[in-house]
Design a protein around this ligand. Structure first.
Ligand SMILES: Cc1cc2nc3c(=O)[nH]c(=O)nc-3n(C[C@H](O)[C@H](O)[C@H](O)COP(=O)(O)O)c2cc1C
Length: 362
């Protein structure tokens, strides 16, 4: 099977093409948002993946929008992550971290009453789980140029800390309606300055962050994630400039020699005449480097995508929650377990580290 063949990402030789997708699991349940021994155990159990991409990891306090999500902005967090990366490496695995800033998908309760950041004052209109229960998002603060400069620097510092923490690389979370996506989209970016308007301007902040990271970390250790057909959530809608915007980004990414481009197919139904049906095939024609694809794959459809030459690796999300040994199950044709969504963002080991590897006959 092609899924089980080795593949190169940057300077790493991965043992297979089965990648574990970034998944927020809200288990950093301490005031400093420091990764715990439980988190190390969870990732260690999944070290058979060709590569693990960690859950979204906030680059600054301002980047927070969920309870108990870990960060990479303090010395203590670096210490916690060191235990995670060591556990994964000792088990023979590889792990990138996903650098995250939620932008407007947050609440003032996470920011001492201050407004969350966004390109423009557009309320994403989503419920947020705050420490004192569910609340609706508010109209965020349109970032000043100083806020933008500070955020660029926060990403660079988090990238440096990621290397200190022993990660094999990092992925920029530039998808799924969060801060970068809010800059890309005309429905959430209403700016009249050099960060809004044209395609070049709406992507300027993203490329500034990418270049700041690349001034500290080699390109072969940097990946980035895009979900070009995301539509109808967080105030983001497809319009006639969406596809050209993502084509522009992907074309430019060719110049940076990155580890990979991680593309998601939409993972909820998209009702728009602007939807393109085959996201991997479309962008495969544009991107020259390693293309990783994600969104609703099982073993069979993932294998078919690789055989059709549409991608170099397949990234699995939900299947890894209940199947820590997913590559082994694919290799041996074992059945897959399914997790109840109620445990995705719960707390403690239950539904987190309690899923066993498959044992025949049991
Ligand atoms: C519980 C859960 C948490 C997620 N957290 C993140 C995240 O932190 N960062 C991210 O880019 N995507 C996140 N996603 C999206 C997944 O990475 C993936 O794109 C999505 O689940 C579709 O892939 P799948 O069909 O293989 O599950 C999350 C998905 C789930 C189910």
């Amino acid at each position: 099977m092609k899924l089980l063949e080795p593949v190169r990402i940057g300077n790493l030789e991965l043992t297979n093409r089965i990648i574990m997708a970034p998944m927020t699991r809200c288990r950093a349940d301490n005031p400093g948002r420091v990764p715990t021994a439980l988190i190390a155990e969870y990732y260690m159990q999944r070290a058979g993946a060709g590569l693990i991409i960690s859950e979204g990891t906030v680059v600054s306090r301002k980047g927070i929008g969920y309870i108990n999500t870990p960060g990479l902005y303090s010395v203590e967090q670096v210490g916690g992550w060191k235990k995670v990366t060591r556990a994964v490496h000792d088990a023979g695995g590889r792990i990138f971290t996903q650098l995250w800033h939620v932008g407007s998908i947050s609440h003032p309760d996470f920011h001492d009453g201050e407004l969350p950041f966004a390109p423009s004052a557009v309320n994403p209109g989503l419920p947020i789980r705050t420490p004192s229960g569910r609340k609706l998002t508010v109209v965020p603060k349109a970032m000043t140029e100083d806020d933008i400069r500070q955020t660029v620097s926060d990403f660079k510092n988090a990238a440096i800390r990621a290397m200190e923490a022993g990660f094999d690389g990092l992925e920029i979370h530039s998808s799924n309606g969060y801060l970068f996506h809010q800059f890309f989209s005309r429905s959430t970016n209403l700016r009249g300055d050099q960060y809004g308007g044209s395609v070049e301007n709406r992507t300027r902040f993203y490329f500034e962050v990418l270049e700041a990271i690349l001034s500290a970390v080699p390109g072969e250790k940097v990946g980035t994630r895009l979900n070009p057909m995301y539509h109808g959530r967080a105030g983001i809608f497809l319009d006639e400039e969406s596809l050209p915007t993502f084509e522009y980004i992907v074309r430019r990414l060719n110049d940076y020699g990155l580890a990979y481009l991680h593309l998601s197919r939409p993972f909820f139904p998209v009702d728009s005449p602007l939807l393109i049906g085959d996201v991997p095939a479309h962008f495969r024609k544009i991107y020259k480097g390693h293309l990783m694809v994600n969104g609703g794959y099982d073993g069979e459809s993932g294998e078919a995508e690789l055989l059709a030459g549409k991608a170099d690796s397949i990234c699995f999300g939900k299947p890894f929650i209940a199947n820590p040994d997913l590559p082994e199950r694919i290799r041996r044709g074992y059945p897959w377990a399914e997790a109840h969504p109620g445990i995705y963002y719960s707390s403690g080991p239950e539904g987190y580290t309690t899923f066993p590897a498959y044992e025949p006959g049991k």
